[in-house]
Design a protein around this ligand. Structure first.
Ligand code: ATP
Ligand code: MG
Length: 539
């Protein structure tokens, strides 16, 4: 395919709906894996002192895939759970599972034993591939388990000899076959298993690659020149969420770039790695970028290799862009919106668009259709708030084992995101809040994100979250939980009067709780409101 034709699109039928898709995207993971061999001896993954080339990765994955089939009886469609930190073995386990035709089920490595057990039983996993720490956490678990990063070298024993001529096991897999079950973040309730197809997995890296290319152009740089520099990406988020796996790992794999892994996010270590590995691209959640720029060692490392910094998965404060422009001039900043149900990013804002509209998440990706609807499903006029709905080849098949939730969320090929948004007259999307993160006070909607943004302007506030307090008369009242900066002080009255100057009276929290401990957040940095409500209100 000539480079100009790489991003050709075509119309396809998925579950009875006609959608646009990338014509030359890999049809299945196996196609992607085979293609990756073109990058042969180039380094693919770096972790501490371990380095894995594309060819080494292929051979390890193919060997493990054969073991899964021959020694563990894994068949097409079986679920294989992966419970590990960001080790290279995570990537090998993921690739091997898919190459064997099975469904990979990445579990949240931060989960406690009961949560991990929920993931294993909910997915009906037949095999677990874990790191030593997760295996220990699940000790006594009856599921057959392969353990990496453990004293007994179980991983190496299972893999055994790796032959240079190894081939993939013989399994027929098509684009409509299930490939992955990723659990949603659990911000609004219990995590749901998002069932993704091989098509989703092949279309996602193309969507990201196209977004990267257009971001370079929007930043006023020459895409051809930028493409000539091999991308070295720092992964700052867990692989077990879709941002890490589909928005960072898979595009790296697809484009032949290099990925530097971190066991856990640490801004100081990130600065060292950017210098050591000559990182060109950093991708993660907004908090990562913010903490990197605010670190006391920020000026002490040579980070001139860094040309792009992007984030997504959570609202990015417009101040972040200001900081990037100030501290990292001439870099390409980007904000991507996506959710577990859209595999990778679906809407993004970058370059001059982002500078012009820092509060927007930007425009839909090339293969994505969007609409903003009222609760009846009718499109609302431009400028009005409604639920953001998304259609395209990266929208997942549905929720695993949850026909009711699937029917509610996926309607005629449209994903109902649960996010409230509005469009401007140029089609830019603005996320207002989550439908579930709204306090309805006497019929008046109060968007928690808006109140929180106003609270963050107060100099004494370190962290804040707004929650609804049940109220007999109004249905709900606005409440807030606040953590002050060390040594700072402020009374509830003071904060309330500060807010009264900024937002309408009915939005000002009537009760403010102060806490010393950190607010409950998930690994992606999102506040877990359900936990917070339970802890604060006993609900
Ligand atoms: P659950 O669905 O289990 O309650 P969750 O929705 O937090 O949890 P994810 O799929 O990890 O799980 O997150 C997707 C959500 O993250 C989106 O619905 C949106 O609310 C938010 N989000 C993602 N990207 C952005 C962004 N760039 N700006 C603002 N919000 C974002
Ligand atoms: Mg969600």
């Amino acid at each position: 395919t000539a480079p100009g034709q790489l991003f050709e699109m075509e119309e396809i039928q998925v579950a009875g709906n006609t959608i646009r898709a990338w014509k030359h995207a890999p049809a299945t993971f196996r196609a992607l894996l085979e293609t990756s061999r073109f990058h042969g001896e180039q380094t693919f993954v770096v972790y501490e002192d371990d380095r894995l080339t594309f060819e080494e990765h292929f051979r390890l994955a193919a060997t493990l895939a054969n073991r899964l089939v021959d020694d563990y009886g894994i068949r097409k469609g079986d679920r294989v759970a992966i419970a590990m930190r960001n080790y290279p073995e995570w990537i090998v386990a993921f690739s091997a599972t898919l190459a064997a035709g099975a469904v990979a089920v990445p579990l949240n490595a931060w989960w406690t034993r009961p949560e991990l057990e929920y993931g294993l039983s909910d997915s009906g996993a037949k095999l677990l591939i874990a790191d030593g720490e997760r295996a220990e956490r699940l000790s006594g678990c009856e599921l057959p388990t392969i353990v990496a990063r453990a004293d007994d070298a179980n991983w190496a024993k299972v893999i055994g000899e790796v032959s240079p001529g190894v081939t993939l096991p013989d399994v027929e897999v098509g684009p409509d076959d299930p490939a992955t079950i990723f659990y949603t973040s659990g911000t609004t309730g219990r995590s749901k298993g998002a069932l993704g197809s091989h098509r989703n997995l092949g279309q996602a890296p193309m969507t990201v690659a196209y977004a990267l290319m257009s971001s370079v152009a929007l930043a006023g740089k020459d895409p051809a020149e930028a493409a000539a520099v091999r991308r070295v990406t720092l992964l700052t988020v867990p692989l077990f969420h879709t941002t890490g796996c589909f928005a960072v790992l898979m595009p790296t794999f697809f484009t032949g770039g290099q990925l530097a892994l971190m066991y856990k996010w640490d801004p100081k270590r990130a600065l060292e790695l950017i210098e050591r590995e000559k990182i060109t691209t950093m991708s993660g959640v907004p908090t990562n970028a913010w903490q990197l720029l605010s670190h006391p060692d920020f000026g002490k490392h040579d980070i001139s290799s860094l040309t792009a910094i992007s984030y997504g998965g959570a609202p990015a404060p417009p101040k972040l862009l200001e900081r990037i422009t100030e501290l990292l001039p001439n870099r390409t900043p980007g904000n991507g919106y996506g959710m577990t149900e859209t595999t990778a990013l679906a809407v993004y804002n970058s370059g001059r668009n982002y500078v012009a509209k820092p509060e927007s998440i930007g425009l839909p990706a090339a293969v994505i259709d969007i609409k903003v609807c009222d609760p009846q499903g009718t499109e609302v006029p431009v400028g009005e708030v409604g639920e953001l709905c998304i259609r395209g080849p990266i929208v997942i098949m549905g929720y695993w084992n949850r026909p009711d939730a699937t029917a509610e969320t996926f309607v005629n090929g449209w994903l109902h995101t649960g996010d409230l948004a509005r469009l401007d007259d140029e089609g830019f999307v603005y996320i207002v809040d989550r439908a579930k993160d709204m306090v309805i006070r006497g019929g008046e909607n109060v968007y928690c994100a808006e109140v929180e943004a106003a609270m963050f302007e107060h100099p004494a506030i370190d962290d804040a979250a707004v929650i609804g307090i049940p109220d007999d008369e109004l249905g709900e009242q606005v409440g807030a939980v606040v953590r002050l900066k060390p040594g700072a002080s402020a009374s509830a009255e003071e904060l309330q009067s500060f807010l009264t100057d900024r937002i309408a009276k009915f939005k000002v929290p009537v009760r403010i709780w102060f806490r010393e401990t950190e607010l409950p957040r998930n690994p992606g940095g999102k506040i877990l409101k359900t936990h917070l409500r339970r802890e604060t209100l006993g609900l």
